[in-house]
Ligand binder design. Structure first.
Ligand SMILES: O=C(CO)[C@@H](O)[C@H](O)COP(=O)(O)O
Ligand SMILES: [Fe+2]
Length: 225
């Protein structure tokens, strides 16, 4: 049994009130806060960097689940550790040549290493990072093309989740993009336990209810499987 983690994506929050938005989500039952870091190069959008993580950290002890959509993740390890990031999830497409060094440095700096893969990247590409003597602790399966919130969930990505869950029963498997009450059951049944949800949570009249639906679906799927 792997614990459900519901992680509202702060990309959908009001950035001008980030701390209060974070507190609001935590009071609604969020386990983690998902922070989308985009460099305008790896993806065609530019969001936040270490200074914003540092500012938010002063207001909360919550787990900051940082998703780095950046071309040179190694350059971000030191500043993100200093800023108070909790999880550091980089993209395999950006770290094919240096993931070993990256994982080692992320761990040495006290953060939890995770690896993410874009929809077009085969799941086999992350096996070496999981089978290594110094493995990543989370795999983030993108269920939209990275870069923007509010896109449509890609159910065909569930094959990756199913394959990973079968091979790694206790792994944290995160899904990100287009998750909400209408798509959670398929993701939970496939074996995802960490659920990122931006627009479905922030756009809901009662975000707490959406968070609770997401959690219930993950917990029920785990009992059934
Ligand atoms: O990483 C990303 C987008 O690249 C995500 O974290 C999105 O921000 C999720 O937003 P929704 O699809 O849930 O609106
Ligand atoms: Fe994300």
């Amino acid at each position: 049994m792997v614990a459900a983690k519901i992680a509202p994506s702060m990309l959908s929050s009001d950035f001008s009130n980030l701390a209060s938005e974070a507190h609001r989500m935590l009071s609604f039952g969020a386990d983690w806060l998902h922070m989308d870091i985009m460099d305008g190069h790896f993806v065609p959008n530019l969001t936040i960097g270490a200074p914003v993580i540092e500012s938010l950290r002063k207001h909360t002890k919550a787990y900051l689940d940082c998703h780095l959509m950046v071309t040179n993740p190694l350059d971000y390890v030191e500043p993100f550790a200093k800023a108070g990031a909790s999880g550091f999830t980089f993209h395999i497409e950006a770290s094919k040549d240096n993931w070993k060094e990256l994982v080692q440095k992320v761990k040495a700096k006290g953060m939890i290493p995770g690896v993410s893969l874009k929809p077009g990247t085969p799941v086999e590409e992350v096996y070496p990072l999981l089978d290594d003597e110094n493995p990543v602790e989370l795999v983030l399966v993108m269920t939209v093309e990275p870069g923007f919130g509010g896109q449509k969930f890609m159910p065909e990505m569930m094959d990756k989740v199913r394959t990973l869950r079968k091979k790694y029963p206790t792994l944290d498997i995160e899904v990100d993009g287009g998750l909400g009450p209408s798509t959670i059951d398929i993701a939970a049944a496939a074996g995802a336990n960490c659920i990122v949800a931006g627009s479905s949570v922030f756009g809901a009249p009662e975000p707490a209810q959406v968070i609770s639906v997401l959690r219930k679906s993950v917990n029920e799927a785990q009992i059934t499987n």
